[in-house]
Design a protein around this ligand. Sequence first.
Ligand code: THU
Length: 160
Amino acid sequence: MKEMILAAKIEVYQKEELSEAYKLLLDTAKKASDSAYAPYSHFKVGCAVRLKSGRIVTGNNQENAAYTAGLCAERVAIHQATACFPDDPIESLALIAQMDGQWTKEVCTPCGECRQVMKEVEFRTLHPITMLLANATEIYKISGIDTLLPLGFNGSALSK
Ligand code: THU
């Protein structure tokens, strides 16, 4: 028997410690959360992705009375970015959520399906995504989806 231990490196920042570009990305995600459509969960998520060109694309969660038809903020932003700018890789992503007008106590972390979508984007563009997962006071900075989705599945498993 052999044992493998997978380690996760997460840097924890205060907002003042972020670069100006990351502060802007986080502020843009915050703004995007205001327009989330979340009448069922009241959990309003904002996501902003920054592309290699510097362009920022935003998304927020879009819920539905038929719950499974809804979509998370990350996938709204990511699919919008790759649909409109397929040749401009996503370099970073900021994520934050509010409930009843307050930023959540815990930093907002992506669900499993969104992690899988990020895995596909990294595979497609050969570009790791830096994630900024935030609450009101702290930002977890994570470089590359493998930290959040260890041993993840991607298209390389399907190639002959
Ligand atoms: N949600 C997101 O948009 N992103 C996440 O990272 C976590 C969950 C949404 C889905 C649903 O509209 C609401 O938050 C509650 O799960």
